[in-house]
Write a protein that binds this ligand. Structure first.
Ligand SMILES: N=CN[C@@H](CCC(=O)O)C(=O)O
Ligand SMILES: [Zn+2]
Length: 398
């Protein structure tokens, strides 16, 4: 049964060629159609998009009552496979204790202790929480197991909920390897990676990630990160990097040099990092995670300067128990607008079209594309940042 959606006050298509007015630069970027309609085929693909006055017939009709429809958010950076929480660590940070990655060990212990069913239920609840806020695609990392069996278990559970899974055995060096860092890198690049790709690259994980951070004793320096990423690439995985989160470091330049799909955080950047990101445009996306700066009392990176320089900028939640236990893309959009200088249109584009590109996806609303959409209890996408903290976005259930 095909479905005609009408009563769409404003439809963001992410397709500049489809926009109606294109007088405003934001309209052009988002390909906005006002007073729009959409036809969705019975297999869930967009069949037709355009002004409601031109809409064809369909088997069923649903009136959205003057709401805005936007592409479903693509949360391209999350760590949903964990047990327990670290609210006390958050409270301590708010009174001045800096974040250094040491608390990850607390989540590793809780995650290892959880049963498969407990962990599965926790992850499913977090994905549902995201969907209820408009996220229709999510990337999920392992990284709170840090043994071969626990990393595989994390990836299997994540894989039940999304095809976009990332092997993050190189999240931190676990406590039992604290005096044998090289042995842990060997474990990640040897037996763990072999097991992750045993049934072919992309079966259990499509990407490999590393927390490249010389400012944390727990994370990996540039040489270690290079070894891990090169091994992952040789095994057929695409690359993602946690880079330049706690201070200046080699993560961003390494990600650009190795052709990573994404380098995430980018909190501390120098001119060389920005040059590397500009040169890597079209290959490596800079994913900003403003919820992390919010939850760690860190300075926000200058997103405006990155976009003006020509960098591909994505936005994601980084939902995790340590640096940002928020699953809300609207919250990330509001912070990006208020604190990083993005326009509302750029922030929405970053959290849909650009984050999708970092996962190898196309998030345009166009015939032939999956109808992955979010509906807003508001007439315009501007309300995502304007009505910060108000739950106006949800995934459109067909
Ligand atoms: N920095 C590394 N990983 C996560 C935080 C993990 C944690 O503290 O539990 C991040 O993206 O910020
Ligand atoms: Zn992260």
């Amino acid at each position: 049964m095909s479905l005609l959606l009408t009563g769409i006050a404003e439809l963001t298509t992410n397709d500049p060629a489809r926009g109606d007015g294109q007088t405003d630069p934001g309209d052009a970027l988002l390909g906005i159609v006002r007073d729009a309609a959409l036809v969705v085929s019975d297999d869930g693909d967009v069949e037709w998009v355009g002004p409601e006055r031109d809409a064809p017939d369909a088997d069923e009709r649903r009136d959205l009552g003057g709401r805005a429809v936007v592409p479903g958010f693509v949360d391209s950076h999350s760590h949903l496979v964990f047990a327990g929480d670290r609210s006390a660590e958050f409270a301590a940070r708010m009174t001045g204790t800096p974040y250094d990655g040491g608390g990850i060990a607390v989540s590793v212990a809780a995650t290892r202790a959880a049963s498969d069913d407990e962990l599965r239920a926790l992850v499913a609840a977090r994905v549902a929480e995201m969907r209820a806020q408009g996220t229709t695609t999510v990337e999920i990392k392992s990284g709170y197991g840090l043994t071969l069996d626990d990393e595989l278990r994390s990836l299997r559970i994540a894989r039940e909920l999304t095809p976009h899974t990332t092997f993050l055995g190189a999240h931190v060096v676990p406590r039992e390897y604290a005096t044998q860092r090289a042995a842990y890198v060997d474990l990640v690049t040897g037996p763990m990676l072999d097991a992750v790709v045993a049934d072919g690259p992309g079966t259990l994980a499509e990407s490999i990630d590393v927390f490249c951070e010389p400012h944390s004793a727990h994370a990996f320096d540039g040489d270690e990160a290079r070894t891990i990423l090169e091994a992952g690439r040789a095994a057929g995985l695409s690359l993602r990097v946690h880079g330049n989160q706690l201070g200046h470091g080699p993560g961003v330049r390494l990600a650009c040099e190795l052709g990573a799909r994404s380098v995430d955080h980018c909190t501390f950047l120098d001119a060389d990092d920005v040059d590397a990101l500009v040169a890597a445009r079209g290959t490596t996306v800079a994913t900003l995670l403003p919820g992390v700066e919010f939850s760690t009392r860190s300075p926000y990176p200058d997103g405006r300067a990155l976009i003006d320089a020509g960098v591909d900028v994505a936005l994601a939640s980084d939902c995790n128990p340590g640096t940002c236990y928020s699953s809300s893309i609207p919250f990330a959009i509001a912070l990006a607008v208020r604190e990083m200088g993005l326009t509302p249109a750029e922030a929405l584009h970053a959290a849909t079209a650009v984050s999708a590109r970092s996962l190898g996806l196309d998030r345009r609303v166009a015939p032939g594309q999956p109808a992955e959409l979010a509906v807003l209890d508001a007439p315009s996408h501007l309300h995502l940042a304007y009505r910060a903290g108000v739950p106006i976005a949800r995934a459109l259930e067909l």
